[in-house]
Design a protein around this ligand. Sequence first.
Ligand code: PEP
Length: 248
Amino acid sequence: NTKRKPIVIANWKLNGGLELICTSVASFIGKHFEADIAICPPYIYMRDMLTFLQHSEISIGSQNVSKFKSGAYTGETSAQMLKEAGCKLCLIGHSERRSMFKENNLSCQIKIGNALNHGLMPILCVGENKEEHDAKITKDVIFRQVTECLEGVELDGRKICIAYEPIWAIGTGASATPEIAQDVHSFIRQELIKLYGEETANSIRLLYGGSVTKDNAKDLLAKEDVDGLLVGGASLDPGHFLAICQHA
Ligand code: PEP
């Protein structure tokens, strides 16, 4: 962990409103963090948050990005638009996008390319479901997701993060143990070494997500290959999220 700067990202999903923005901004402004901190609010709030947070250390990220560049794609937002709006990073392939909005490894691969080409840092989300976990095929699932999503993706010094989010741990209160997270993260690291070589792979930050709270954040982050956290539910309480950020 000494060589990689920790990163903590809040994923608000389809939650929050002006009140949450105000309380979040009030708790984060003027604070210094050892980690990189980002909040991914719904698109409509990004600009407001950026305005309020412009002199803070907090970045704004998006929860998704279009695989298209422009055209007749109702409801979509392109990587270029997000970049222009001041966004620094974007989540790609969150399990909710995969299960409810038909995203797959190929669409993730295209989105990663778009994000990188427009200077957004992709946060690729991977993770197995409960059935796969119980069948002990987690690493096969992760291998497939990582290799297919990154196929043909050249980094050329550009940054990417990977978030391991076991689906059985998302929103369930049943976080993976630090040992499970470390085991899967080190597997991902080995695969990244095969794809990008040791130096690049060792610089890529691997986040854990799934029922992270202020009570388990520290033990998760203590693991060698857990370089950050992706926080859903607990990020909707600014005091709670702040406490998590202060552990990193
Ligand atoms: C998520 O969906 O990215 C997530 C980690 O959610 P939660 O923290 O609520 O499990």
